[in-house]
Design a protein around this ligand. Structure first.
Ligand code: RP5
Length: 153
């Protein structure tokens, strides 16, 4: 039987998928089970609500939210779940991703969305695994090995 997902990935559009493949590839390398949904905060608000408000009960431990332009997806998801959110601001054609970055990183006090770099999909996977690894030693060991490998070049 497949393991229950620990990480939930939500993205605003299927156009975000090519960038987010770096995230899913890294999670797979760490052996972290994840689920992935495409739902936009402004095009599919009810789907986002349903997915986010049931995420913790489904066993997810952390959420990665990827979006571009007026990238309010992470903040909207944060409104509906106690889980930590890692935002991935997408590079955009008009403003180079500064629009996405500022929309995510400038969340008002009380509703945090941790934010990686523009198109920082791989770091989002590493960070999510670190969060899980803080309480699940098998994933903490994956991160420790990853860091050892990096140090050795
Ligand atoms: C956001 O708008 C998505 O996250 C995407 O990055 C951006 C553009 O979406 P598409 O017009 O490509 O569907 O909602």
């Amino acid at each position: 039987m497949a393991e229950s997902p620990l990480v939930g990935i939500i993205m605003g559009s299927k156009s975000d998928l090519p960038v987010m493949e770096a995230c899913t590839a890294q999670l797979e390398e760490f052996g972290v089970p994840y689920e992935l949904v495409i739902a936009s905060a402004h095009r599919n608000p009810e789907k986002v609500h349903e997915w986010a408000s049931t995420a913790a009960d489904r066993g997810l431990k952390v959420i990665i939210a990827a979006a571009g332009k007026a990238a309010h997806l992470g903040g909207v998801v944060a409104a509906y779940t106690p889980l930590p959110i890692v935002g991935v601001p997408m590079k955009t054609s008009d403003l180079g991703g500064m629009d996405s970055l500022l929309s995510m990183v400038q969340m008002p006090s009380g509703v945090p969305v941790a934010c990686v770099a523009i198109n920082g999909a791989k770091n989002a996977a590493i960070y999510a695994t670190q969060i899980i690894g803080a309480t699940m030693p098998e994933y903490g060991e994956k991160i420790a090995a990853f860091k050892r490998d990096m140090a050795e070049g």
